[in-house]
Design a binder for this molecule. Sequence first.
Ligand code: HEC
Ligand code: HEC
Ligand code: HEC
Ligand code: HEC
Ligand code: HEC
Ligand code: HEC
Ligand code: HEC
Ligand code: HEC
Length: 243
Amino acid sequence: MRNIPDSVLRLSIVVVAIAVSFVTIRFFVLPASLTDMDAHKARATEHEAAREIRFAGSAICADCHVEEPGKIVQGYHSLLSCETCHGPAQAHVEDLDIKPTAPRRREFCPVCHTYDRSRPTGFPQINPVAHNPLEPCIQCHDPHDPKPPETPRECSACHAEIARTKAISHHVGLECTTCHVAPDEHRVTPRTNRATKPAGRQFCGTCHGEDSENKGALKVDLATHGGRYQCWQCHYPHLPEES
Ligand code: HEC
Ligand code: HEC
Ligand code: HEC
Ligand code: HEC
Ligand code: HEC
Ligand code: HEC
Ligand code: HEC
Ligand code: HEC
């Protein structure tokens, strides 16, 4: 004992005293209600279960609403829950006089659609400052089926150079569709829905052949003029030259 310094002895007494008081308090002083773990768990569960339920989930909406759930399943917003946009709606389900809000304001949609580099490639994004400013998004996009609206456009909206060229040519009086068949979808998704081009010499011959009834067009002998080449190998069809 002599070898152990006083300071260590005093410290050990303190440690032992703390340990003894912990055991005494934990097992002999505290009431069982405070130390019973099962009772704790039961009460925590009860407490959580007693919280007000605010979200009803999307499934129940379809019990009464037919149109919106029917639309949303096949569209781009199929993965969004109704209450993401309409807010907690349990109160509405229990009391139909309480109406959920509908986010009609322009400020709402950019929460997800504002341009942000960190979003995955291909996620549809816009710059809200430049994208059709001042008008509510839902004026052009159905929130339950938000396809970008189809924009049927003039041929010249995309083929401006050709249109300008034709405008000063002998062919100014001919519509683009006199020589091309362009499906409506070509104006929206042009590369997957191609327009046709004239197939051969006979096509130009419908106006320029010697037996053609077209009065304004100069005639050539299809059998000899230009040999075996396509007419447009020598004449640019959008700007056939002056004679
Ligand atoms: C028990 C039937 C019922 C259920 C379930 C229900 N609704 Fe409704 N909801 C109604 C009725 C009825 C109206 C009122 C229609 C009216 O006023 O024309 C309504 C109106 C609405 C409106 C329009 C509020 C407005 O301003 O016009 C929204 C949005 C709505 N419900 C969303 C939801 C959502 C989201 C759910 C699912 C969480 C849901 N509802 C579940 C019956 C229901
Ligand atoms: C991307 C957000 C969004 C989602 C998701 C969404 N809604 Fe809507 N909802 C809206 C907006 C915005 C309006 C207001 C449309 C308007 O005024 O033209 C609306 C309107 C409604 C209305 C009222 C229609 C009316 O004529 O007043 C009902 C009912 C409704 N939604 C139900 C639903 C249900 C049910 C779901 C889930 C299947 C759902 N919505 C999902 C944004 C959303
Ligand atoms: C909670 C996030 C969220 C909100 C809020 C939201 N959207 Fe969307 N939106 C999406 C997702 C997810 C897609 C599908 C993306 C995909 O398919 O890659 C989508 C797709 C779209 C598309 C399709 C674009 C395309 O590629 O053709 C349009 C348009 C659109 N949303 C408009 C709206 C409008 C208008 C609102 C407001 C009423 C709105 N969104 C609110 C998440 C959201
Ligand atoms: C005046 C009509 C109009 C309004 C208002 C409008 N949009 Fe659009 N939106 C369009 C058209 C047209 C397109 C397709 C052509 C294009 O990309 O400009 C489009 C395309 C989109 C796309 C797809 C972009 C892509 O690259 O795939 C998203 C997302 C979108 N809009 C969201 C919104 C949101 C969010 C708002 C409101 C802040 C909004 N739009 C307001 C007409 C509109
Ligand atoms: C939305 C823009 C857009 C509009 C509107 C449009 N086009 Fe096109 N068009 C294109 C694009 C893009 C191509 C493909 C160019 C490429 O692949 O090199 C194309 C290709 C063509 C081609 C060549 C096809 C081929 O196989 O070489 C013809 C012919 C054509 N368009 C005619 C028309 C006519 C006629 C109209 C009006 C009825 C029209 N386009 C409207 C964008 C458009
Ligand atoms: C007189 C008939 C005729 C008219 C009118 C005409 N095209 Fe063409 N177009 C052709 C022919 C023929 C070709 C094929 C040229 C080639 O293969 O070298 C062609 C080719 C094209 C191409 C493919 C790219 C190119 O320059 O070769 C586009 C795009 C096109 N036309 C668009 C238009 C548009 C847009 C208009 C209206 C502004 C128009 N065309 C009017 C006959 C015509
Ligand atoms: C090998 C080149 C070549 C080909 C292929 C060709 N042309 Fe020509 N074309 C010419 C030349 C060069 C002239 C001007 C000289 C002349 O009057 O003979 C001309 C003149 C014309 C004229 C004006 C005639 C006049 O009396 O002033 C018309 C119309 C014409 N071509 C239509 C066509 C048509 C339609 C085809 C297809 C069936 C065609 N060309 C094929 C080279 C060609
Ligand atoms: C629908 C009838 C029509 C078709 C199809 C047509 N043209 Fe023409 N073309 C005309 C008319 C009309 C003129 C004369 C316009 C004028 O004098 O201002 C003309 C003028 C021309 C000229 C100039 C002749 C001159 O006065 O110097 C040439 C070259 C020509 N076309 C070539 C073609 C070629 C090549 C094709 C086929 C790709 C073609 N045309 C298809 C109606 C047609």
